[in-house]
Design a protein around this ligand. Structure first.
Ligand SMILES: CC(C)(COP(=O)(O)OP(=O)(O)OC[C@H]1O[C@@H](n2cnc3c(N)ncnc32)[C@H](O)[C@@H]1OP(=O)(O)O)[C@@H](O)C(=O)NCCC(=O)NCCS
Length: 155
């Protein structure tokens, strides 16, 4: 069973270790960040008051994943979804995204959107399972935009 709490600077030291190479960095954060991932890059958007960063912790309170939410005018952007590589393939991503959606609702969002690399099948499938639908695709950069209406009842 996962739960979430605000991301701390100690968490960030661990999270950078979950991104082992440039390809993993691209899937995680898109083209904006440059390999190697540094603490400064991971935390640079924390200065924005609309941005919140969260870690998912397991039953032993150990961090196993993270995500970021930016809420503006009732719309949440979900970004930088990441699981510790050692816990992937167990279905935990579904819980992580469910918790992210619940937090977006709690922050007052009535819709939530994200961008994902088209070929990132585990991520796209996870978002589809959470109810996100594709709204547009940017073929030039190889990414999809997906959204979920939060005004509909909880699934
Ligand atoms: C994206 C991420 C959180 C998904 O977690 P995960 O543990 O790897 O995901 P899972 O193995 O549970 O797979 C999720 C779903 O995708 C499916 N899937 C996995 N690989 C797949 C593939 N190659 N093709 C189709 N479906 C696939 C799984 O079957 C599962 O669906 P199901 O539960 O309906 O069977 C994780 O891979 C991660 O942290 N990746 C690096 C960062 C990243 O890409 N973040 C996304 C930013 S948008």
């Amino acid at each position: 069973m996962l739960s979430i709490r605000p991301r701390s600077s100690d968490d960030c030291h661990l999270i950078v270790l979950w991104v082992p190479d440039a390809e993993a960095l691209y899937l995680f954060a898109g083209p904006r960040l440059r390999w190697p991932l540094t603490l400064d890059q991971l935390t640079m958007d924390e200065r924005s008051p609309e941005r919140t960063a969260w870690v998912a912790v397991d039953a032993g309170r150990e961090p196993i994943g993270q995500f970021e939410l930016t809420v503006h005018d009732g719309h949440a952007h979900l970004g930088r979804v990441l699981l510790d590589p050692t816990v992937r393939g167990r279905g935990l991503a579904h819980d992580l995204v469910r918790l992210a959606v619940a937090r977006a609702r709690a922050l007052g969002a009535t819709s939530i959107g994200l961008n994902v690399v088209m070929g990132n099948r585990p991520a796209v499938r996870t978002y589809e399972r959470a109810g996100f639908v594709e709204t547009s695709r940017q073929d030039a950069v190889g990414s999809l935009a997906m959204t979920l209406n939060l005004e509909t009842p909880v699934r």
